[in-house]
Design a protein around this ligand. Structure first.
Ligand code: FE2
Length: 272
């Protein structure tokens, strides 16, 4: 199966890129299933019902969350009524779920959402939660397992790959909004430290640069804002999965001038 993975969709510019390019990418790349991260989709903070419907209508199949999952109050209901995830390592009793199972072209696919530890809200241990979840899925005979590891620290993301590369099909990082160039297939697991944002490619992590600059200059607080106008970009990693392993991976970037390009090919690491 061919899977498209989009990172953090940031505000209206990000949603616009999804609406323009996801239908085209489904066609041009032959995608069977598309995953995206919603936590910054509604003006940079959380997700509204209207925006969720808009993104699903554009061709996204499931959306993952993170530390900003809770920024819009209506999310608790949406987590039940729509194919949305929040990190699996929130404690028991928290609304929503961190894993969903789909049938894609006659095969079973599990999508898992985990949140890191460094700089994140205090939740359950991400590594123990992820290992337990993946082990349970494997015991149930599910081999196609893809994970959005929403984390700040690159070391946590690398450690997750090293720990689960033999049992997970794909592990991608989100949250930092800056795409990294370490796309790799290691022991049959597709991995990148961060897919990078879909939204304003200028400014600062998709937000108007004025506020972060002022915050850095003065140390005073200020609320991030998504600019109305900017140069926008969509970033997607395409993973081809066969029998639970990742056989191929590459990155596509789409720009607001209509240009689409393969910007990165995965390095396939041989066993040592
Ligand atoms: Fe985040």
């Amino acid at each position: 199966m061919k899977l498209g993975f989009i990172g953090d969709i940031v505000g209206r510019p990000g949603r616009k890129m999804v609406k323009t390019f996801v239908p085209k990418l489904r066609e041009s790349e032959g995608l069977d299933f598309v995953v995206a991260n919603y936590e910054n989709a509604s003006h940079g903070f959380g997700l509204t019902e209207k925006n969720a419907k808009e993104l699903f209508a554009a061709g996204i199949d499931v959306m993952t969350g993170g530390n900003h999952t809770w920024d819009k109050k209506e999310i608790a209901g949406l987590l039940e009524s729509m194919p949305l995830l929040r990190p699996a390592n929130y404690p028991e009793g928290v609304p929503g779920r961190g894993m969903r199972i789909f049938e894609v072209g006659g095969e079973t696919l599990a999508v898992v959402n985990i949140m890191g530890h460094y700089g994140m809200p205090m939740v359950e241990n991400p590594f123990r939660s992820a290992a337990n979840l993946v082990e349970t899925l494997r015991a149930e005979g599910i081999r196609h397992i893809v994970m959005d590891f929403h984390a700040e620290a690159t070391s946590e993301k690398r450690a997750m790959l090293m720990m689960l590369k033999d049992s997970a099909s794909v592990i991608v990082g989100t949250h930092t909004h800056v795409g990294t160039d370490d796309l790799v297939i290691d022991a049959g697991c597709g991995y990148v430290t961060d897919i990078g944002l879909t939204g304003c490619r200028d400014n600062v992590i998709g937000m108007d640069a004025k506020v972060p600059i002022e915050r850095f200059l003065t140390g005073l607080p200020g609320r991030f804002d998504v600019p109305d106008k900017c140069r926008a970009m969509l970033q997607m990693i395409v993973f081809e999965l066969r029998e639970g392993r990742c056989a191929d991976a590459y990155k596509v970037r789409c720009y607001d001038d209509g240009k689409m390009e393969v910007s990165l090919k995965a390095r396939v690491e041989e066993a040592v």
